[in-house]
Design a protein around this ligand. Structure first.
Ligand code: NAP
Ligand code: MN
Length: 264
């Protein structure tokens, strides 16, 4: 089996990364950053987000597992103290795989035939660089509303505990192949009207955002942020691809939610 280990880059994570490499080599696994079967991340959820994007071109052949050197994470849910146990698992036992849904984002620009396609593990957010975002929101090809406000956040179920949660979105179990649209401070008065609640769309229901004014947009895909000019549309739907996590022990999602947000 081929493996890679990534680190957040701090001293603790780097030391643990080296330790994992040593152990896995001793067990006869092959270090292979280009084509790993399993990617172990050491750091936080952000470290796993980065690894996801580094290996997004070969998701069907890659499994992820995350170790947290800080607080408990949603993607990084193994403790450093458990590393030995985890390594023996990786080396000696066939592991189960759980798949989580992803978000597909296609951005089209005026005067450009080509579109840009992205996959997000957490979410895509859209804001205007200057002033409010004014955008039509269509669902399944039908105009749903004209949004005016700070921005919109379209998240995956596993991303629902991240930015989406801060916007009052619901926490969704990652077994649900859905996307969630959450508003950022919509303007609601006699002139402008939006639904005001987060919306959850099933697979194959496409959400299309069409900006109405010619302003530059700040579009994020997970931790990546880019300014886009002359945006014609941003199309979001549940992706065909999934992320695969190596599962060695049960750690139910709701337990992670409880331990992260409610306490013991
Ligand atoms: P960051 O600024 O370090 O991330 C913000 C926090 O979100 C960190 O504590 C991070 O955990 C945590 N996080 C990431 N994914 C999560 C998930 N699926 N569930 C629960 N918590 C999660 O930047 P980053 O680590 O590169 O993460 C990028 C993410 O930050 C974005 O995808 C977005 O969801 C989130 N964000 C949130 C807000 C907000 O809540 N107002 C604003 C901007 C961005 P770690 O410390 O373990 O990395
Ligand atoms: Mn982070």
């Amino acid at each position: 089996m081929h493996y890679a280990v990534t680190s957040r880059g701090d001293e603790t994570s780097n030391a643990l990364q080296q330790k994992i490499k040593n152990y896995l080599n001793e067990f006869g696994l092959i270090f292979d950053e280009d084509e790993p079967d399993i990617v172990v991340t050491v750091g936080g959820d952000g470290t796993l987000l980065q690894a996801f994007h580094d290996y997004a071109h070969r998701l069907d052949a890659t499994c992820f597992v995350g170790i947290h050197t800080g607080h408990l994470g949603f993607y990084a849910d193994w403790m450093p103290e458990e590393v030995e146990k985890l390594i023996i698992h990786i080396a000696k036992t066939p592991f189960q795989v759980v798949e989580y849904p992803l978000l597909e984002v296609v951005i089209r620009h005026f005067g450009d035939e080509k579109s840009e396609r992205y996959l997000a593990l957490n979410e895509c957010t859209v804001k205007s660089v200057e002033g409010s975002l004014v955008s039509n929101v269509s669902i399944k090809g039908e105009l749903f509303e004209t949004f005016r406000g700070d921005g919109l956040c379209v998240s995956t179920p596993s991303g629902s505990t991240a930015y989406n949660k801060a916007l009052g979105g619901a926490i969704l179990h990652p077994s649900l192949a859905t996307l969630q649209i959450a508003e950022m401070a919509s303007i609601n008065n006699r002139v402008y009207r939006t639904v005001g609640s987060p919306l959850v769309l099933p697979q194959h229901h496409t959400c299309l955002l069409k900006p109405l004014n010619d302003v530059d947009l700040q579009i994020t895909i997970d931790h990546y942020s880019l300014v886009h000019k002359k945006v014609k549309s941003i199309q979001c739907r549940v992706a065909d691809e999934k992320i695969r996590f190596a599962r060695f022990r049960p750690f139910p999602f709701w337990k992670r939610v409880k331990e992260s947000f409610v306490g013991d």
